[in-house]
Design a protein around this ligand. Structure first.
Ligand code: F6P
Length: 547
């Protein structure tokens, strides 16, 4: 296990800072953001921090300087600095899988070694990046020909979870920078509709499949990959075509070879890259094909800038640490169950979905590193939609409902497609929402507007709803890298305070095992003998009758 501050072994609720935060929360929980801003005219400028090209305004949080001091003390008592160093050194901090956690090595500058257990993992990562770049140049230039001699025009990434969400999010986020003459599609769902719709208008002779799977055993991905193989073979006729139309991204060379993909056409990564932390590894091949190797390096540089900020900036000015500690503050002290992430950028439409895996697969845990059941809340439910769309559907509940939902609002100073005054309108909504959520509208204000007495209460906004506003100049590959790393390290900060393993995902296993048992019961021609609970048995029988 990683070396850490000895106080970190004290159960969380017995740590001095936790106790002090409980007492502090009891004092502060009814304090309104209106009062906090009235008391300190400089609050909005003071409670802000910058790093790796991102500006974080966290002034509209229900905190005082004392809250911050105690949260930072909690981070210290939880051994955040030591655990961060342990991660960056490559110690096996993923204890339940006995693995290092080294996504930070994927984005280190070329020539900077990181030797872990005798291996320069940063050099390993660069060697793969160089092979990826050479491959991308061959596809993008048209030099790589398909089986019938035509260049590749369509690229389909087949993967799920971390082998899909990062690539699809990055493709959408960076669409502005992509080669428009290449078509990119992403197939993840084992629902055959996903494959059918992704391929129905494409010619197999111009289509490259990227089979992305860390393990190369994931049921959905392998099912889709076999379907893709059959689809290609039925159009191209010969087994030899596979070499021209399939590449694999994986840690598992044996399974790749067993599937029939030449390992020369495989781009590898390592067990120390978690699926949800893998978009900077070979899993980013579709991103590199879309935006080119140079822009992909910029993406990695953005990640690295935030990695360095997280590793070196004092906690008081450390964006991921501050965001992670605020998440703990709301989840554990105010009882907030969910957190909203609203990017005011259409390009970031898949960012909330990406964050759901990052945050919830990482911190949806109920035992500590040493296997004790936690007696506090861990990871929140993350959700979101791009603004302003969400404002016209669910923001009502955030403004006037009974649940406290801390929200991150993400915006950019420049638009990549400036048209008339759209961007100022868009950004006015970022600022307006943060303002409305924080300050609300009092009963006096509503009355003063001459509102009919009977509906005054309906039109009151209590306010005191917390937000973080994250601003960057422009959505670029570099900014996207920094933004993703911001959330990665915020997740890490939360997991460290909670003493949980943010890098395993045992909770996904049981369903997979049970599905494998049920598949033959659905597929068998004869009525199977069922030995599940009565509900599952009845559902299976009904399905067999209805289909
Ligand atoms: O089932 C969850 C999971 O293991 C994720 O953690 C992972 O990102 C995804 O499945 C896909 O796994 P693989 O890349 O091995 O196919």
């Amino acid at each position: 296990m990683a070396t850490a501050d000895p106080t970190a072994t004290t159960p969380l609720r017995e740590r001095a800072a936790w106790r002090a935060l409980e007492a502090h929360h009891a004092q502060l929980r009814n304090l309104h953001l209106r009062e906090l801003f009235a008391e300190d005219p400089l609050r909005g400028e003071r409670l802000a921090a910058e790093g790796a090209g991102l500006y974080l305004d966290y002034s509209k949080n229900r905190i005082t300087d004392e809250t911050l001091r105690l949260l930072i003390e909690l981070a210290r008592e939880s051994g955040l600095a030591a655990r961060t160093e342990a991660m960056f050194r490559g110690e096996r901090i993923n204890v339940s899988e006995n693995r290092s956690v080294l996504h930070i090595a994927l984005r280190m500058p070329k020539g900077t070694p990181l030797v872990v257990e005798g291996v320069d993992v940063a050099a390993q990562a660069h060697a793969v990046l160089e092979r990826m770049a050479a491959f991308c140049e061959r596809i993008r230039s048209g030099e790589w020909k398909g089986h019938t001699g035509k260049p590749i025009r369509n690229i389909i990434n087949i993967g799920i979870g971390g082998s899909d969400l990062g690539p699809v999010m990055a493709y959408e986020a960076l669409r502005h920078y992509t080669r428009r003459d290449l078509t990119f599609r992403f197939v993840s769902n084992v629902d055959s509709t996903d494959f059918a719709e992704a391929t129905h208008d494409l010619a197999a002779e111009e289509t490259l499949f990227i089979v992305a799977s860390k393990t190369f055993t994931t049921l959905e991905t392998m099912t889709n990959a076999h379907t893709a193989r059959a689809w290609s073979l039925s159009a191209l006729g010969e087994e030899a075509a596979i070499a021209k139309h399939f590449v694999a991204l994986s840690t598992n060379a044996d399974e790749v070879a067993a599937f029939g993909i030449d390992t020369d056409n495989m781009f590898g990564f390592w067990e120390w890259v978690g699926g949800r932390y893998s978009m900077g590894s070979a899993i980013g091949l579709s991103t590199m094909l879309a935006i080119g190797p140079g822009a992909f390096r910029d993406l990695l540089a953005g990640f690295h800038a935030m990695d360095e900020h997280f590793r070196t900036a004092p906690l008081e000015r450390n964006l991921p640490a501050l965001m992670g500690l605020l998440a703990v503050w709301y989840g554990d002290f105010f009882g907030a169950q969910t957190a909203g992430v609203m990017p005011y950028s259409q390009y970031l439409k898949r960012f909330p979905a990406y964050l759901q895996q990052l945050t919830m697969e990482s911190n949806g845990k109920h035992v500590t590193l040493d296997g004790r059941r936690v007696d506090y809340d861990t990871g929140a439910v993350y959700w979101g939609e791009p603004g302003t769309n969400g404002q016209h559907s669910f923001y009502q509940l955030i403004h006037q409902g009974t649940k406290l939902i801390p929200v991150d609002l993400i915006g950019f100073a420049k638009n990549l497609n400036p048209i008339r005054d759209h961007h100022d309108i868009l950004m006015s909504n970022v600022f307006a929402q943060a303002e409305a959520l924080a300050f609300g509208k009092t009963e006096e204000d509503v009355r003063a507007e001459g509102t009919a007495r009977a509906i005054v209460a309906h039109r009151v906004f209590e306010g005191n709803r917390p937000t973080n506003v994250i601003l960057a100049q422009k959505l670029t590959p570099r900014t996207l890298g920094a933004l993703v790393a911001l959330y990665e390290h915020s997740v890490f900060t939360q997991g460290t305070v909670w003493s949980i393993d943010s890098f395993d995902q045992w909770g996904v296993e049981l369903g997979k095992v049970l599905a494998k048992r049920i598949i033959p019961e659905l597929e068998s021609q004869d009525e199977p003998e069922l030995d599940h609970d009565s509900s599952t048995n009845a559902l299976i029988r009904r399905y067999r009758r209805l289909r």
